[in-house]
Structure formats: structure tokens, C-alpha cells
Ligand binder design. Structure first.
Ligand SMILES: Nc1ncnc2c1ncn2[C@@H]1O[C@H](COP(=O)(O)OP(=O)(O)OP(=O)(O)O)[C@@H](O)[C@H]1O
Ligand SMILES: [Mg+2]
Length: 332
């Protein structure tokens, strides 16, 4: 794998909470709290975590759909947090997003042709209508749809076909990076597998990098080379996906993995015992002190409630944010 395409350092995104007739700020949602990672060129990097852990906010902030509260995002060596509206153009050509639900992300009043060619017009990519039409047909072919789909409207398509159109739209400007935010979770299981295979083929052929967001760990195992586990706005474990499955170190990761079906008898032996944690995910408005997972962790000690552990590299390329796991590994 080559050098980093994207380097995120100390990314913070907080949403103000306003109330009263003067809309005064009364608090904030700490959706993303100091997240750092990098994505290599043509790597599929996975981001998993429960609902509300901040996965979509990371994706949208990376693409400057949201303005970061703090932190830096380097893309091909350029700090995109400093780009002005005008200079954002370069980044917008290179980095695209596919959202979870193609029903709401496609405009029902636009034909598929008009949906895919919109960015070609904004970025003045093709010389004329004929050249644009050729590119639209080409992008439809990439997602295995025939050219006559360009004259249809989203309501005439199935869920899987709509998501293929959303992918074709993301491919319009020939990007090198795509954020895929739960791209198959709104689809039937049989259609999911086909769309996943399509995404894998496109990535291999076009050497793109993906940030692949999902709450489905078994899917991550089939697609991502490295995976980060998020909890309440922070990364608690990051490793090569296979290492995460065969040697999960954080109690939270172990709990997530214990809920995933195994594929072989050998794995059944290695898999952590089915664990459960008490209660709901706490609120990012007022997160727990120290390690945010401590109120739900059966191994928690006093220090866990008092100090936030660092995300430490305890094995080559394997990072964990857990006092207990770090102590256990440094003792061996
Ligand atoms: N635009 C917004 N304004 C205010 N709060 C927001 C906004 N977007 C997200 N949040 C809050 O930030 C936190 C993280 O949300 P986010 O959507 O990033 O989580 P997620 O991990 O993608 O969850 P899911 O798996 O449900 O998609 C949540 O508490 C959410 O309510
Ligand atoms: Mg989300």
C-alpha cells in the first residue's frame, strides 16, 4: 500500500444546542472529539460503531459538508480545512459521498441523466451536451446499468438501482476518494451483496480509496483492510481488520465482535464469549468522564472513570484506548 491520501488530525465537530426566544446556546453535542487517522491511496478504511457514535459526522466533516470545529484534514498534502469556497473546487472533484438512503439522496424531480451530469456542469468538465451524455452513459455502464436508464426518474427504479445511480453520480468526476456512509443498509440482503461486489470491483479497477462507514462488523471484515471502532465521538480501537477480529483488545470491540456470526470451528474457539453491556449508549451532550465506555464495562476500575486513556499503539499497527488492555500488554 502506498502513501497517505488523507490525513486527519485532532478532528473535532460540535453542534451547538440553542433554546429560548433568543436562540441562546445552552450546550453542545460533542459528535466528534479529537479523531485522528489516515487513509492510504486505494485503501478501503472501515469505520464502525453504534448509532450516534459520530461516524456520519466524521464522513461529512471530512468532505467539508460540515465545517470542522477543530483539527486538520490533509488531502493529497493540502489542508482542506483552510480552503476557501473557491479553492474547494479541486477537493470537491476528488472526494465524493454516497449516502445511506438513495430515496432521500436522489431528487425525485430530476431524471437520472440530469442527476449524474449536474457535477459535470458545475465543474465544466465536458465541452457540450453530447460529450456530457457520453460520460453519463459511461458512468451508468460502470454501475452495470444500460444507457436508457438516463431517461428514467428515481421513482421508476428499485432500491438497488437507485443506489447504483447514487454511485454513478459519485463517479461522475472520476474521484480518488469516496465516503460510503452505510451504502447498503437500506437494501434487501440479496441486493446488498451485489452492490458490495460492485463497490469492490470499482475500487480495484479505479484505484480509489474509500471511507466505508457501517455498523455491520461482518461486512467490514469482507471489505476493509483496516477498521476503526468509534464510541461516543472517539476512536477506541484501530487495527488491520483481521487483527481486530482475531485479537480484539478493547472490551467494547469484544462486545461488538461477540455478536457477529462465526465462519469456522477454529474461529468459534478464538471468538470472545458473548458479552452484553448494560444500558443505552450515553449522550454525547454530557459524555461520561474518563473512558466513555466505563459505565458499561465489566472490567472498569477507578482510573477508567477518572482519566481518558490515550489511543496507544500496543502491537504493530494495532491501537487501543483502554487502561486495562494497555496495562495487560505492557506487563507481558
Ligand atoms: N446536524 C446535526 N445537528 C445536531 N446534532 C447532530 C447533527 N448531526 C449529528 N448530530 C448528533 O451527533 C451525534 C453523532 O451523530 P452521527 O449521525 O454522526 O452518528 P452515527 O454514528 O452516524 O449514527 P448512525 O449509525 O445512527 O448513523 C448524535 O448524537 C447526533 O444526534
Ligand atoms: Mg450515520
Amino acid at each position: 500500500m502506498s502513501e497517505s491520501l488523507l490525513v486527519v488530525e485532532g478532528l473535532v465537530k460540535r453542534f451547538p444546542i440553542r433554546a429560548g426566544i433568543f436562540h441562546r446556546q445552552v450546550g453542545e453535542v460533542k459528535a466528534v472529539e479529537s479523531v485522528s487517522f489516515d487513509i492510504k491511496s486505494s485503501e478501503i478504511f472501515g469505520l464502525v460503531g453504534e448509532s450516534g457514535s459520530g461516524k456520519s459526522t466524521v464522513g461529512k466533516t471530512l468532505l467539508r459538508i460540515y465545517k470542522p470545529t477543530k483539527g486538520t484534514i490533509q488531502f493529497k498534502g493540502r489542508d482542506v480545512t483552510k480552503l476557501t469556497k473557491e479553492t474547494l473546487r479541486f477537493f470537491r472533484q476528488q472526494a465524493q459521498m454516497v449516502f445511506q438512503d438513495p430515496k432521500s439522496s436522489l431528487n425525485p424531480r430530476r431524471s437520472i441523466k440530469s442527476t449524474i451530469e449536474e457535477s459535470l456542469i458545475v465543474h465544466k468538465v465536458a465541452k457540450n451536451g453530447g460529450a456530457r451524455k457520453k460520460i453519463v452513459a459511461d458512468r451508468l455502464a460502470m454501475v452495470e446499468l444500460s444507457p436508457n436508464y438516463m431517461y428514467k426518474y428515481p421513482s421508476m427504479l428499485s432500491g438497488g438501482q437507485r443506489q447504483r445511480v447514487a454511485i454513478a453520480r459519485a463517479l461522475a468526476l472520476d474521484p480518488s476518494f469516496i465516503v460510503l456512509d452505510e451504502p447498503t443498509s437500506a437494501l434487501d440482503v440479496s441486493v446488498q451483496a451485489k452492490v458490495i461486489r460492485l463497490l469492490q470491483r470499482l475500487q480495484a479497477e479505479r484505484q480509489m480509496a474509500y471511507l466505508f462507514i457501517s455498523h455491520d462488523l461482518s461486512l467490514m471484515r469482507t471489505i476493509a483492510s483496516r477498521t476503526a471502532v468509534m464510541y461516543l465521538g472517539r476512536i477506541y480501537e484501530l487495527a488491520a481488520t483481521e487483527d481486530l477480529f482475531t485479537n480484539p483488545l478493547h472490551p467494547y470491540t469484544k462486545t461488538l465482535i461477540s455478536a457477529v456470526p462465526v465462519v469456522s470451528a477454529e474461529e468459534r474457539q478464538m471468538k470472545p464469549k458473548k458479552q452484553s453491556y448494560g444500558g443505552e449508549i450515553p449522550s454525547p451532550i454530557n459524555p461520561p468522564s474518563g473512558c466513555a465506555f466505563h459505565p458499561r464495562c465489566s472490567l472498569a476500575e477507578q482510573v477508567c472513570a477518572q482519566e481518558l486513556p490515550d489511543l496507544a499503539e500496543v502491537l504493530p499497527g494495532h491501537f487501543v484506548r483502554c487502561h486495562i488492555a494497555i496495562d495487560a500488554l505492557s506487563a507481558t
